[in-house]
Design a protein around this ligand. Structure first.
Ligand code: HEM
Length: 208
């Protein structure tokens, strides 16, 4: 029980801080994504900036909703108070994930780092909904532990952007690699980590 509370506290801190960072950075500090766009070199398709930006705003908004609704649904206290809310909020999470994936589908062909980066994002566009829908299927079959474990796997992908930027910074600033290459490494590195980290957490919870 103690490990669950500690994990939840940690998750809540990281999620809330990242939601605030994503909102402030993308809607207030750099709403034109100038810093990010300036790293896009040698694009094969012409990028229609106003459309891309509007899609990015929707993407970030629903990514934040997914993070917040997922976080609330991992709370035992809220679950015990109202299962109705857990169910409703679960569908909010599912719809948000689907909107993040659809908007990602629009942005993927223009990804920083070119075709290899686009392929990484398209892989994410398949993995994340499949894992999330598996979580839904499990609860429809009344398999609670499996549902929880698949939701842990799904929620991990809410940290895709955070992890991509952490890995990108490490390779770009730490190892002096060009930004686009570091970004591509960031995408594939985060896919691997986002598949491994939940398994470690699921094991820790099972042991406790
Ligand atoms: C859930 C948390 C997420 C947040 C807060 C988020 C936020 C963002 C932001 C702010 C951008 C603009 C560029 C940047 O600053 O990186 C972006 C770009 C993008 N995101 Fe997300 N994102 C999230 C998850 C995802 C997931 C899970 C996918 C894939 C399924 C995805 C796919 C994309 C794509 C394809 C781009 C365009 C990248 C590029 O132009 O190089 N994002 N995201």
């Amino acid at each position: 029980m103690k490990i669950r509370k500690t994990l939840y506290g940690l998750l809540a801190c990281v999620s809330i801080l990242f939601i605030l960072y994503a909102l402030v950075n993308n809607y207030l500090i750099d709403p034109g994504a100038k810093g990010f766009i300036s790293q896009k070199t040698g694009l094969k398709r012409e990028l229609h900036l106003p459309v891309w930006l509007n899609v990015m705003y929707v993407h970030v908004a629903f990514a934040c909703i997914a993070m917040a609704s997922g976080l609330l649904n991992f709370s035992n206290r809220i679950f015990e108070k109202s299962r109705k809310f857990h169910r409703f909020n679960g569908y909010v999470y599912l719809v948000s994930v689907l909107i993040v994936v659809v908007t990602s589908g629009y942005m993927a062909p223009y990804a920083t780092g070119g075709k290899i980066s686009s392929m990484g994002f398209n892989l994410l566009n398949i993995i994340w909904p499949v894992i999330t829908i598996t979580a839904l299927v499990q609860i429809k079959k009344k398999r609670i532990t499996r549902h929880r474990n698949w939701m842990i796997r799904s929620y991990a992908f809410c940290f895709t952007n955070l992890l991509i930027h952490l890995i990108t910074s490490l390779f770009h600033h730490g190892f002096d690699l060009v930004y686009a290459t570091s970004y591509t490494i960031g995408i594939y590195g985060s896919i691997v980590l986002l598949l491994i980290i939940p398994e470690v957490i699921i094991r820790k919870i099972a042991q406790s």
